[in-house]
Ligand binder design. Sequence first.
Ligand SMILES: [Zn+2]
Ligand SMILES: [Zn+2]
Length: 128
Amino acid sequence: MDCPKCTGELVAARYGDEIEIQRCNVCAGLWVYPDDLQRMKSTWLAEAVLDTGSPRVGKSLDEVDDIDCPLGHGPMLKRVDPEQSHIWYEQCPVCDGIFLDAGEFTDMKFETLLDRVRGVVKGRRDVD
Ligand SMILES: [Zn+2]
Ligand SMILES: [Zn+2]
C-alpha cells in the first residue's frame, strides 16, 4: 500500500498480539483504524514501539493536506481529535482509516495519560 503523504510504502507494524497497524517506511506516518487507535491509547508504551518517526518530519508533512485514502476510496477528510483540539488528522469517510503523521499519536497518548494521571492524583490524595 502506498503512503498517502509521501513516496514511501505502508508496511505492517505490530505491538503484541492485539495491535497491527501500517506504518510508512519513509515518513513513519501511521495508518490505523479507530479500534486500533483506542487499543493503542490504552496500551502501555505503544507509542514508543509504533510511533517511531521524527516529529519534525511529521510536522513538515502536516502541511500536506488533500490526501487520498491509500485503499483508493478518494479524498480523506480533516478531523479534529475530540479530546485534544490541537491535533488534526485525516480520516477516510468510507473505510474510517486514519492517517497520523509521525509524532501525532505520541502527542495524543501523552495528553491522554496526563489527564489520567491528574484524575488519579485527585482521586487518591488521601492515600500515602
Ligand atoms: Zn510516508
Ligand atoms: Zn478508505
